[in-house]
Every structure is written in C-alpha cells, then in structure tokens.
Design a protein around this ligand. Structure first.
Ligand code: F6R
Length: 613
C-alpha cells in the first residue's frame, strides 16, 4: 500500500522524508521517490525497488549538497495503475515540472480526465492515474496553488490522499484526503504530513486527522484547514500516546487481524472502479481489456493453489450460475502434471495473490502453450502472472503481509463474480434487469462485512472456550463446502489444530468415523434449499458427541434447536455469501492461534509466497 510523507520546517527535508518513508515500509511497496523544493527549484528523484535504491540514486547529490531544501514530499508506491517502474513512481509533476504530487488511492475517472487533458495539449509521461492530478492542478493554476487544488478536486472522482508542492508557491504544502487516510503532524517551527502516524512520531506526537474532503495547508509555523468549498475550518489536535510498532499494524495486534478488518475497504476498492454508475448501473471491464470475444468460450478453467484454489472452486459455481458455461476448478500443482484435454476457445482464469506461485505459473504456461487465453486475477501489479497473462484483473486489496491469506481471498471472489456476471450478460444468461440487483448486492457486501467484524467479540469469546479442541471439522454443501475447505485451511495453518473440511453429504461415506466427543463441528448453512439436509448432518454428528456451531443468516431460526452455538451473518445472494461466511471462520482461526500463544502472522513451516515447487 502506498505511503506518503511531507515536511516543511528548518531541517533539511531529504533525511526527514527518507526516515518517514522507512517507517512506512511495513505497508509494502515497489518503488519510492521524493520531491524537494530548494534554491534551485523543484527537484524530483525516484526509483523502482526498495528505499535503498532511492538512497543510492541520490547518494552523491546529497553528499554534494545538491538536494538541499527544507520542504518536500515523499512516497512509497504499491503499483495499481501501471507496472512498478522509475517513471511510474511518485512524485508526479505537471508538464513544466513545477508542481509535484504524491497520491494514495485510486482516481477512478483518470482515463476520462486524461483524454480531456490530452485534448488540451497535455502530454503524459507515466501510466499512472496520479499524473492526471498534477496536470489538472496546473491546468487550474492562476497564481494561487490552493485555489488550483480546489478547482482540480471538483473534477476528481475516487479515493485520494494527496500531498502537493509547487515551485511557484514555495512556503506551503497542500494536503487533501478523500477515503484514504492522511495525518498532519504539528511540530514546533515545522509541520509534516503522513499517510500513517509512525512516519511522524520522531518529530511530533501532536496530530490532526484529516476528514474526508478536507484540505490542510501547512506553513512552517502554522497549519490551516479548509473544506473542499474553501470554508476555513478549525480542528482539534490529538495526542498520540502509543508506540510506533503498534501503529504500523494500525493499532491491531497482528497484521492478520488488520487485514481481516481491511476487507470492507478492499471489497469496495476492488468493486468500485468496475461499476459504471452513470445511467443504469452496469459492469465495466474495459479497463482490463475484456470484450465480447472473451465470452465466446466453450469452457472456463480456473486454476490456483491453496486459498486461491478455494476461490477457484467457488468461482466454478459462480460461473455455472451466472454464465451457464461449463467451468472446472483445478489445483494448479496437480494440473501441471496431468495430460489435460484442451478445447478450442478455452479460457483460463489463473488466480494468485502474489502472482509468483511456481505451480500456478506452471499451470498458466501449460494452458498458454495449448492456445488458451488467460485472465489473471492477482494482487501484485507487475508480478510474473500479471506480465504473462493476456488480461489482468487486479484485486485492489493492498499488500497482504500476514502469511494466511484473508483479504486476497474475498477480493478474488469479488473479481470472479464480476467476470462471471459480464460473461452472463454477453451470453444472455444474466439479464440487464437482473444485473442491477446483483450490483446492489455486490455494493452491500462491504457494509455487511463490516457488520460481521463489529460482532467479532462473540467469536473471540467462543474461541477462548474452544481453542483446545483436538479436532475441528467444517462441513457444508456447494458454496458452503468450499468455504469449509478455506476455513479448515486457515485454522490448521495458524493454530496447528487438526482441522478438516467435508462435503456434508459425504459424512456417512467415511468421515463420520472420526467424530467423537473431542470434535467440534462447524456447519456452514447459508443455502435455504439445503437447510433440512444440513440439519440432519448436524444431528448425526451431535449424536456422536460432537460440539456443534452453525454459521447461517440473520433471522434464520432453523438450527436454534440443533446447534450448540450460532454465528449469524447478513443475508445476500447464495453465490456471494462465501465473501461473508468466511469472515467468522477467519476470525475464529485467528483467535484460536492467539489463545494458543502462537504468532498468526508467522506460522511455522509456511512462506508467504511459494516460488519454488
Ligand atoms: C493460505 C495461503 C496459501 C496461498 C497459496 C497460493 O492462507 O496463503 O494457501 O493461498 O500459497 O498463494 P498465491 O495466491 O500467492 O498464489
């Protein structure tokens, strides 16, 4: 996830910016850059790779005193638009190189704005959405930077935290936020901006939290605040009294818990830019290069490993449901050693959070060799998968640092739903009329996920009672079976509990022999048509002495008499429910690991990215 810092004061800005950026490294990034305003004007230096590359780049200049200046902005970039490269790194400047901008978030209407600016004679250097902001501010510049920013904001859609400096306005930094965090540090004779508090703590613990659509103007000795319309605001200062280590995790004890909580935002970010909101709401996948020719496929094959394979399984059901197209979900590490049969016009969807999983890449390359067309779903811009696929759809989840995958999974499901609906529309198995209802349901998921997270204490309490169970089995049917697989994986990988998942109808074909009084059975029951079948399964395991917990919808009382415990989730479409029903299971795995005294972020024997076989 991108990081922003900015400094205005009496100290040399470069070391302050570099120190601030270092404090934001934990967020994950692929490139870094700074802009400093000194006697010789605005100097911008940026480099792909770790901060060390940037430090190396500016080493000589810094030693010679060629990058002197007491005001500047800096950025670490996590690529969203355009691959990681020197040119795509921030800060971005206007054509004259006098205005520099750093940006976190996504400018959703950047393509439209870019076309408009190009028509007005502006030439672009990078592939980023951010560059639009620099040119737009310049376009409106009439001698007053603040006014130019206010005018530019009227045209920007999406989410942004912006830090802006200009050679023509050398005594102030302008900072703006909308749906992307930005904090102002109030020092003595110096002021700072940062996307996250740790970058400020060496200089001050007095901060102002910018609210949506507020603008801050930082001078050396004061900070002014304005509404988007230009009305002056007075804001309360807050004092930070927690330590930097905790702040890096946003106040959460572990990255995993933080990432579980980031799901509402990740879902919104992944969805928003793919929905056309003018006129009747519809899905727009033009951005990924999707056109009608893709829907001429006879078959879809979805391949992935681990958690991403569980998303693939759910994807199979989603594609069959919305697009009525034969769909297979393949474990990539198995697939690569098969002698599979390919069909003309096969489409492969390859899912990988990292985009670097060796088995997944091998499966992708085999499919490509057969002539199949490849759509990648990945979280990492510029990853090998993204580079080698024909089309790429990014999960805009931000970096996933905890080894156990959480927000990548739910955003992968969001991407699969969008592609399946688009297929459905083109194949006429989903109607325009039905689509708007589906889009409404997709848009509600973020708030529904937040509601589940608000009730996490209930799951924490349950985990504190059950964390020592010798065996935990998850069971369900169809969508709920796939979520059971994912839930069992989560629990085993971070809490080392023996956990398995069963298709509930398969119980009596063998697995029920394992059930005894030491077993907890989690029954995921979110498909009304299958409630009676699931109820029978729960009774079967109860009769063998198992403790039982059911995950079902709000307002469902079907299992009240059978289950020992019920976790409820908000109601949505069956095909979208996995995005919600997995959340209590992620939380349960997390709290069990913590109760067992384990570090959920670093489970034994596991690596975040499996780049070898
Ligand atoms: C489980 C987990 C792994 C990954 C798998 C694939 O929590 O993280 O099972 O899902 O190694 O990784 P990616 O998605 O990077 O290809």
């Amino acid at each position: 996830m991108c990081g922003i810092v900015g400094y205005i004061g009496d100290e040399e800005a470069v070391p302050v910016l570099l120190k601030g950026l270092k404090k934001l490294e934990y967020r994950g990034y692929d490139s870094a850059g700074i802009a400093v305003l000194g006697k010789s004007g605005l100097l911008v230096r940026k480099s792909q790779g770790p901060l060390k590359s940037l430090e190396k780049l500016i080493g000589d200049e810094t030693a010679r005193g060629a990058l002197k200046g007491t005001m500047g902005i800096g950025h670490t970039r996590w690529a969203t638009h355009g691959e990681p490269s020197d040119i795509n790194s921030h800060p971005h400047t206007d054509v004259s190189g006098k205005i520099a901008v750093v940006h976190n978030g996504i400018i959703e209407n950047h393509a439209k704005l870019k076309a408009w600016l190009v028509a007005h004679g502006v030439s672009f250097r990078s592939e980023t959405d951010t560059e639009v902001a620099a040119h737009l501010i310049d376009f409106h510049y009439n001698g007053d930077l603040l006014q130019a920013v206010q005018e530019a904001l009227k045209r920007l859609e999406g989410s942004y935290a912006l830090g802006i400096i200009s050679e023509s306005d050398p005594d102030r930094i302008i900072a703006v936020r909308k749906e992307s965090p930005l904090v102002i540090g109030a020092g003595k004779g110096e002021n700072l901006i940062a996307s996250d508090v740790p970058a400020l703590l060496e200089y001050t613990r007095d901060v102002y939290y910018l609210e949506d659509e507020e603008i801050a103007v930082l001078y050396r000795d004061q900070v002014e605040f304005y509404s988007r319309e230009g009305q002056k605001l007075s804001k309360e200062i807050s004092h930070v009294d927690w330590d930097a280590g905790a702040a890096e995790k946003g106040g959460y004890e572990h990255f995993m818990l933080k990432e579980i909580h980031e799901q509402p935002k990740a879902l919104t970010d992944t969805l928003r830019a793919r929905i056309k909101t003018y006129g009747a709401k519809t899905i727009n996948l033009e951005e990924i290069g999707f056109d009608a020719s893709w829907a001429e496929a006879n078959r879809v094959v979805i391949a992935a490993c681990g958690t991403a394979w569980h998303a693939a399984m759910i994807g199979k059901y989603i594609f069959e449901h919305f697009a009525r197209i034969p769909t297979d979900a393949e474990i990539a590490s198995e697939y690569r050693y098969r002698n599979p049969i390919y069909h003309p016009r096969d489409i492969f969807i390859i899912i990988s959070q990292s985009g670097e999983t060796a088995d997944t890449l091998a499966a992708m390359r085999m499919a490509k060799k057969s002539g199949a067309r490849i759509i990648a779903i990945t979280n990492v811009v510029g990853s090998t998968l993204a580079r080698e696929a024909d089309l790429v759809m990014y999960t805009w989840a931000g970096p996933e640092i905890a080894v156990a995958s959480t927000k990548a999974f739910t955003t992968q499901l969001m991407c699969l739903s969008l592609i399946a609906l688009q297929f459905g529309l083109l194949r006429k198995t989903t109607t325009e009329a039905a689509l708007s209802g589906y889009i409404d349901a997709l848009e509600q998921l973020s708030d529904q996920a937040r509601k589940i997270l608000d009730g996490k204490e209930n799951i924490q309490r349950f985990a504190s009672l059950q964390f020592n169970k010798a065996k935990v089995f998850f069971m369900g049917r169809l969508f709920d079976y796939a979520v059971s697989l994912e839930s069992a994986l989560k629990l085993k990988e971070i809490s080392y509990t023996h956990s398995e998942a069963f298709a509930a109808g398969e119980l009596k074909h063998g697995p029920i022999a394992l059930v005894d009084t030491s077993t907890l059975v989690v029954a995921i029951c979110t498909q009304c048509a299958l409630f009676d079948k699931m109820d029978s399964n729960i009774k079967e395991v109860k009769a063998r002495g198992a403790a039982t917990v059911v995950i079902t919808y709000d307002g469902v009382d079907y299992f009240d008499k059978t289950a020992d415990e019920i976790f409820r989730i908000p109601r949505t479409l069956d095909s979208l429910t996995p995005i919600l029903s997995v959340i209590p299971c992620q939380l349960y795995a997390y709290y069990c690991a913590v109760q067992r005294g384990l570090d959920p972020d670093k489970p034994r024997n596991l690596a975040k990215s499996v780049t070898v076989e």
